[in-house]
Unconditional design. Structure first.
Length: 319
């Protein structure tokens, strides 16, 4: 009775083992593909908000492209599996040829759209009222990243044609192993080749952006830009001093004082040779520092916080 029920509702154990043998490598390979995009977002997210926004938007466009390629090869794959099952290898060649044609056409259309309408496509995801930071910068970084990704569209499409055909023959481990090797290579590049800190130009870009927003009175955006600069260099006096000005502008003298303290600590750690090398810039920085102290004291006085005024004066004298 139990054996009959098991045979009717569960089936043969060997069948499940065969299915798992085919399915698990597919699951792992799809997980690897998602993991690569995840790595992209992590690496770029350490640079800045606008860069992260640009990359995330392009990844959405790449996802649509990937789905189109998947549809092109999967449709033909149904016939390819049947031809392989009955030993009709000539028919399987025809399905493989169709996959190459389909992927070529889809890739060609994608290259035309991404090449001529990149700005319009990325702009669909951007809004002045959103949380992507500076919209123009996010658009700029998105266009740059899309141009890089376009180089890999054709190789990706061709690899999917071959991978799908290999899977039709029951060999799912070969594509999985290839995917694992690719991820290991990417991780090796990230760990041993890619610098752990962003370049000086990226730091300066965030500082310039913060100063631009500060001058325009856009304190929230300036705060984001200076914080992005601090992620690159925690000892940046320009970033902490910029944040002090931001908090003064937002009438938050307590936070401004904290940033001025950090600025003072960072200034003490600067070598004499660095100061002599660019004395004009340092004199300007010291003047800004002193003016920020005066502004902080004025705000404390306006708010009737006498003890904080004294604390600010003491900190200024100590520095």
């Amino acid at each position: 009775m139990l054996a009959r029920w098991k045979e009717k509702y569960i089936g043969d154990k060997k069948f499940y083992m065969r299915v798992l043998t085919l399915a698990i490598p597919l699951i792992i390979q799809n997980a690897i593909t998602s993991f690569v995009s995840f790595l992209d977002n992590i690496m770029v997210g350490q640079i800045g908000t606008e860069q992260m926004s640009g990359v995330a938007i392009v990844n959405q466009l790449m996802f649509v492209f990937n789905i189109c390629i998947f549809g092109g090869v999967s449709g033909a794959g149904i016939f390819g599996t049947q031809y392989f099952g009955k030993g009709d290898y000539e028919g399987q060649k025809y399905t493989f040829r169709f996959k190459l044609y389909a992927c070529g056409v889809i890739t060609g259309i994608a290259l035309l759209l991404f090449g001529f309408f990149d700005t319009q496509l990325i702009s669909l995801y951007l809004s002045e009222n959103g949380s992507v930071g500076d919209v123009k910068l996010a658009l700029k970084f998105g266009e740059e990243y899309l141009a890089i990704m376009m180089v890999g569209l054709l190789p990706f499409a061709l690899s999917q044609s071959y991978t799908n055909t290999i899977r039709e023959t029951g060999q799912t481990f070969v594509p999985m192993i290839a995917g694992i090797v690719c991820v290991l290579v990417i991780l090796a590049v990230v760990i041993f080749v890619t610098p752990k800190k962003a370049t000086a130009s990226q730091l300066q870009e965030n500082l310039n952006l913060g100063s631009k927003y500060l001058d325009a009175g856009e304190y929230d955006k300036a705060e984001v830009a200076f914080n992005d600069a601090l992620k690159i260099d925690k000892k940046s006096t320009d970033a902490t001093l910029g944040l002090a000005k931001v908090y003064n502008g937002k009438k938050q003298p307590e936070k401004a004082l904290d940033m001025l303290k950090k600025t003072g600590e960072n200034m003490k750690n600067v070598s004499t040779s660095s100061v002599k090398k660019d004395s004009a810039a340092w004199n300007s920085r010291v003047n800004d520092y002193q003016n920020a102290f005066e502004n902080t004291k004025s705000i404390f006085k306006e708010q009737g916080k006498t003890s904080q005024v004294e604390e600010t004066e003491k900190e200024e004298q100590d520095t």
